[in-house]
Design a protein around this ligand. Structure first.
Ligand SMILES: Cc1cc2nc3c(=O)[nH]c(=O)nc-3n(C[C@H](O)[C@H](O)[C@H](O)COP(=O)(O)O)c2cc1C
Length: 200
């Protein structure tokens, strides 16, 4: 999801710079997050999965090691179609705390289980359509915000509103095995299917 969003937004902004815009992908859990450098020329797309309505603690801890340096940022979470709970709000707030400047946020329905024709068979495997629409809207916003060299004349975007509340519950601190078991129960009893949602 994260790479797909980054690449489609980049492709739409290709004519903005005389130099080629490059995409760098980093896996926060497999490399030293502290080594990832971001400056105000970078547009950052952060993506995390939703586990039990929250972003996973190890991913949140890894993100805390990166300094956002005011870079325009897209916060995204993937979820299985039940509920993304506070995860998107939590990621957006955490990104702000780390110095990123969130200008867009999206929760996208991505369910491997649906891809395998699993339990309920009603969910979309990957909501590519929503990701494409969001990428177009996000690229247009980045273009508007990046359009002017003179600091005083730059458009100041309204603060990004994502619904959610702090402090978030602490359930993601349970072990991954216990979380997976809890999730199985939740999926068995849950018939709710939500759609991808995004905010700019
Ligand atoms: C332990 C666990 C907890 C999950 N919790 C939720 C949840 O609260 N709401 C939801 O809609 N999907 C939930 N899911 C589904 C994931 O959010 C979804 O499959 C997501 O795209 C996972 O990405 P990944 O497979 O790369 O980890 C959960 C999955 C697991 C394994």
């Amino acid at each position: 999801m994260t790479e797909r969003l980054a690449r489609s937004i980049t492709a739409l902004l290709d004519d903005c710079s005389p130099d080629d815009i490059t995409v760098e992908c980093h896996d926060l859990l497999r490399e030293q997050a502290a080594g990832i450098k971001v400056d105000e020329e970078t547009v950052v797309v952060i993506g995390m999965p939703v586990y039990v309505g929250k972003i996973p603690l190890p991913a949140a801890e890894a993100l805390r090691k990166i300094s956002g340096n005011g870079a325009m940022t897209i916060a995204s979470v993937s979820y299985g179609g039940r509920s993304y709970g506070n995860a998107l709000f939590e990621l957006k707030s955490l990104a702000e705390d780390c110095g990123f400047r969130p200008i867009g946020a999206g929760a996208f329905l991505i369910s491997r289980m649906a891809g395998r024709g699993g339990a309920h068979g009603f969910a979309t495997a990957l909501d590519g359509e929503a990701m494409t629409e969001f990428s177009k809207a996000a690229a247009a916003k980045i273009r508007r915000l990046a359009g002017c060299e003179i600091e005083e004349l730059k458009i100041k975007p309204a603060p990004l509103e994502v619904s959610g509340k702090m402090p978030v519950h602490k359930i993601s601190r349970i072990s991954p095995r216990a979380a997976a078991a809890a999730q199985k129960v939740i999926e068995r009893v849950s018939l709710l299917k939500r759609h991808s949602e995004w905010f700019l």
